[in-house]
Design a protein around this ligand. Structure first.
Ligand code: ADE
Ligand code: ZN
Ligand code: ZN
Length: 285
């Protein structure tokens, strides 16, 4: 018979692993990913729009039309992460805090893959005429999600082994309990922006979209996936980790920190949407 104490320990261990597992591999919350899909849509060429629509909405389908901004499409990669365990490293790249830029061997190959490589891999699958329809649809869903993740600054950084701030607790204004810094950047900053406006996530996406200038669009599209990771890492160092000591009790985030970084989140959502469209336009050429 199993010893009761061993059983209790096993149960406790399982619960703690599940809790740690879910606490350390999150992504932009659903709103962030939906906003990015929505921003991308009007930047698609007619050809890419048709290609995306064909994959998302097979002719014989009777269900409602699917779009990039649907949670079932843009967040699907998060839903399957726990069953498809080797996909977990594809959501981020741990570029060391002191590094000047992304290094593929140090940051990706040595870690069973990363978000940079995943974006390259799934772009190729999506463009591959010999791939099955299912494989291409899956590649599209991975791409929409990962182009979002790579633009969350803390998905491209780690400090003191903190897994992009997942292990660093902070105090967020108005919240009674400490939260982890990664969650602030995945969800709370955007949640704050949305709660201060009479707009839902998709209306907010449309408001961001009209702020994008043509020169910004041209400049953002010109960069490589590796540049996106390096840029995110720089934003993590300069903004996300700024004023938060690497160790010690939960640091209080100031109102100035929140205000400044709501703007960084906005710009990253805009860049992600434009660059997602650029990848899809290239793929469906
Ligand atoms: N898990 C480990 N490092 C991570 C990061 N930088 N972002 C999200 N999840 C992670
Ligand atoms: Zn993710
Ligand atoms: Zn995250």
């Amino acid at each position: 018979m199993t010893n009761r104490r061993t059983l209790n320990l096993a149960v406790a261990f399982t619960l703690i692993s599940c809790w740690l597992g879910s606490a350390t591999v999150q992504a932009w919350g659903p709103e962030g990913h939906r906003i990015i899909g929505r921003i991308a849509e009007p930047h698609l060429t007619p050809q890419a729009q048709a290609g995306v629509n064909d994959l998302l909405n097979p002719l014989n389908s009777t269900s409602q039309l699917s779009r990039l901004s649907d949670e079932q499409i843009s967040c699907w990669a998060d839903w399957i992460r726990h069953d498809w365990t080797n996909s977990a490293p594809w959501h981020f790249v741990d570029i060391p805090y002191n590094a000047a830029q992304y290094d593929p061997i140090r940051d990706c190959t040595n870690h069973n893959g990363c978000v940079v490589e995943a974006i390259h891999t799934f772009s190729k699958v999506l463009a591959d005429k010999r791939a099955t329809r299912e494989q291409r649809l899956e590649a599209l869903k991975f791409l929409v999600h990962f182009v979002g993740d790579i633009h969350q600054p803390l998905h491209c950084a780690e400090r003191n082994g903190d897994k992009g701030g997942n292990l660093r607790m902070v105090r967020f204004p108005g919240r009674p309990d400490p939260v982890n810094l990664h969650y602030v950047w995945d969800s709370l900053l955007l949640e704050k922006s949305l709660s201060d406006r009479p707009a839902d996530a998709l209306q907010y996406a449309d408001q961001l979209n009209v702020q994008i200038t043509k020169p910004q669009e041209v400049y953002w599209k010109r960069s490589t996936v590796e540049d996106w990771a390096t840029q995110s890492h720089k934003l993590a160092v300069q903004f996300a980790y700024a004023t938060v000591p690497a160790n010690g009790p939960p640091a209080a985030l100031s109102d100035a920190y929140i205000r400044r970084n709501e703007e960084i989140v906005d710009i990253q959502l805009m860049r992600a949407g434009v660059r997602l469209a650029a990848i899809l336009n290239e793929t469906f050429k």
